[in-house]
Design a protein. Structure first.
Length: 131
């Protein structure tokens, strides 16, 4: 999922210089990868989640301040994929559940204002068309 998003963003997204937060997240993600080999997979997992939370922060703020700037369908689909992945976990442990729970929590926090905005817009459209 994340790899596909990376490729799509790189090939289809806007070609702007990286923001400082994006550079930090890239470094953290690379560091998490290296940390997995040096300190073990658990430390790599924790570093990956920290990177995802830091990277998701600006998107979270933007989703709440300007919900029309984000794709509701895209975030709901990502949330559905995370929920599906969580259903596939056979044995819940810290290692197996930490990443999907944290990512799912972030996705819910972003998707909630987007869905609320979409429903509000839809209701307003229905109201205007009936009047």
């Amino acid at each position: 999922g994340a790899g596909v998003m990376l490729v799509l963003c790189y090939t289809r997204g806007e070609s702007k210089p990286y923001e400082p937060i994006e550079k930090i997240c890239l470094c953290l993600s690379g560091g998490a990868f290296v940390l997995s080999f040096i300190a073990g997979p658990l430390m790599g997992l924790v570093a990956t989640v920290i990177s995802a939370c830091i990277g998701g922060g600006p998107t979270l703020v933007k989703a709440w301040k300007d919900p029309k700037s984000e794709s509701t369908v895209g975030w709901v689909l990502m949330l559905a994929a995370t929920a599906t992945n969580m259903c596939a976990i056979e044995e819940w442990t810290f290692k197996s559940g930490f990443l999907p729970v944290m990512v799912g929590t972030l996705q819910i926090s972003i998707a909630l204002p987007l869905v609320a905005h979409s429903l509000k817009t839809y209701a307003e459209t229905l109201w205007v068309s009936r009047v």
